[in-house]
Design a binder for this molecule. Sequence first.
Ligand SMILES: Cc1cc2nc3c(=O)[nH]c(=O)nc-3n(C[C@H](O)[C@H](O)[C@H](O)COP(=O)(O)O)c2cc1C
Ligand code: SF4
Length: 452
Amino acid sequence: MTTTAAQILSQFQATGVQTCFHDRHIEPQIYAGLDGTNWSIKDYEARGGYQALRRILGLDGAEGLTQDQVIATVKESGLRGRGGAGFPTGLKWSFMPRSFPGQKYLVCNSDEGEPGTCKDRDILQFNPHIVIEGMIIAAYAMGISVGYNYIHGEIFQTYDRFEEALEEARAAGYLGDKILGSNFSFQLHAAHGFGAYICGEETALLESLEGKKGQPRFKPPFPASFGLYGKPTTINNTETFAAVPWIIRNGGAAYLACGKPNNGGTKIFSVSGDVEKPGNYEVPLGTPFSKLLELAGGVRKGRQLKAVIPGGSSSPVLPASIIMECTMDYDSIAKAGSMLGSGAVIVMDDSRCMVEGLLRLSYFYMHESCGPCTPSREGTGWMWRVIDRIKHGHGRDADLDLLNSVADNIQGRTICALGDAAAMPVRAMIKHFRPEFEAMIQSGASRTAASV
Ligand SMILES: Cc1cc2nc3c(=O)[nH]c(=O)nc-3n(C[C@H](O)[C@H](O)[C@H](O)COP(=O)(O)O)c2cc1C
Ligand code: SF4
């Protein structure tokens, strides 16, 4: 029995979760025209899908694009990596040594383990061909013939959907040898992740893809020179690849103009926490935070906004007074002292205890630290134990300075950025909400929780 769009919508409505196809976006590109069921190749083609591929191959009546032209267009678009660091995508593509004589690889990072982030799974579930087309274009631009999409280990339905889409693309001649009769060949495969947060870090992902334990490598060398199986490799996030077909169809300047300078295009924000309508929202970069909050139905039950974690659990928290003045783009959020990260916006209302929030965050990083670096392995557990004793009424006067000192000794001293991700939330919580922590140390009880 086929599921109708209305049935899918009502399933989500029953859980109170808004999804990408609830018309809750401004100027959508990735989520345009989705209704929950129209993911297949014929639907995607009806929305203009695979036209960008035809364009670069010169199969739409016009002259095709060279590799340099594709990379120049992506550079012009201002597209920045949507996986967390916001690195310029066109620049990353230009690092690939195209003349390297051996095998080169393209990898899509669909591991999506950052707490609060749930956009990549929706893209793969509801619009898988947009990622496939984006990857084919990237492979063409960098002269790569083999690619993998590493999909988070616990979302089997999404993995199956992507496999189905791959089969459709192969059957239609968009993937495989001599794509659409051209001289360009590209084989793309799906790969299961192993459900660990650290496997989203690009070099740990490569280790995992090679069948080894997913632990980060020292950098340099970077994947562009020593990647999968030691060969030149480019890794991008799912949402990054999903932006590429629109850029090629409409031009780099048009994409840049959707956002603001240095922050081109739209971004999908996964809004969660204390809002009326949690879910994924695609809006132009540079949209005021207040507008995004309004789209998500505002703070739930008419309560006051207390704080927001703007870019996934590793990004520093911002109090309401600061975030309400921000626009949602890389530069504005960085200027405010945090990071846009993966775009997971965690909203906290005035009933929330910040010590409790930090306790959960620090437990997560202690649990996910993979071991080799002493500051990360020992420091994450140390921070959790100190926050735990504060939360349970055994805090000491020196604990906040101790936490800052441990965080200082983790940040910037580890193999991968998980160390920074564990340290930054601790420092930001103490910086912005110190009186709440001090009150709990003095009284042994949560001030906020007691007042609810
Ligand atoms: C601990 C850790 C976890 C990460 N998890 C993810 C992830 O789940 N998905 C992702 O795309 N990037 C993740 N990243 C970032 C990747 O290492 C990499 O920068 C990204 O995939 C590059 O793609 P982009 O340039 O398109 O953003 C993580 C980084 C760290 C340090
Ligand atoms: S920082 Fe932590 S997670 Fe990253 S490599 Fe070191 S021990 Fe592993």
